[in-house]
Design a protein around this ligand. Sequence first.
Ligand code: TYD
Length: 229
Amino acid sequence: MPTHPHRGKFITLEGLDGCGKSTQLERLAAVLRADGFSVVTTREPGGTETGEKIRKLLLDTATSGLSPLSELALMFASRAQHIKEVIQPALAEGRIVLCDRFTDSSEAYQGGGRKLGSEAVLALHRILCGGLQPELTILMDSELAASVDRARRRNQARTAGSSSGESDENRFEHESRAFFERVRTAYLAIAAREPQRVVVVDARGTAEDTHKQIVEIVRRKLKLAAKTA
Ligand code: TYD
């Protein structure tokens, strides 16, 4: 029996910083809502009051000297709270949960990027998340340099608009190209290992092209034929 029996559908979006995940998540949510589904959109790290505090700590450039293992532990602290408070209750009510990043991000960024390896991440996932797996994960594969540049520009613009002393979300964007190469390689390895769950979408085209691909995959994989069509 699965550790987390539920009636809803858990769908996650993954990809490099700046690949356009958040936009795609909102557009997918709008389509599914128009189809008559009850949809919850959420994100990691964050998604709960406690999780958003952890997010601030994790993403703020002012957080210096955080060890890779501490970083991993904080990602999972946010996730465990998120599952308990938001994801699990919504799935139990039969809703669709669309989540911007989940454990695959930890495996790609901390496992690959920070070189902690997959084993530690998967062990924590078993213990702290009860092995909860998405029914479907969309991995948006994009041009590395273009996405990271986009994320940097966006976050710099946000920081410039806020008053000094406020926290920013730039800590990961300061990482090297080699770091993001490792993240991308780890993501593709997850997709190769779990082809039933993870579908890679080519996100190098226009946002509209990517959106169409994602909607098609979601409907096909989860047999979510429009209820109201
Ligand atoms: P996100 O808000 O999705 O940033 P972006 O919109 O730039 O993609 O995620 C914030 C950052 O947190 C991102 O750089 C990836 C990182 N992250 C991890 O390193 N491990 C994790 O487990 C998660 C959930 C995120």
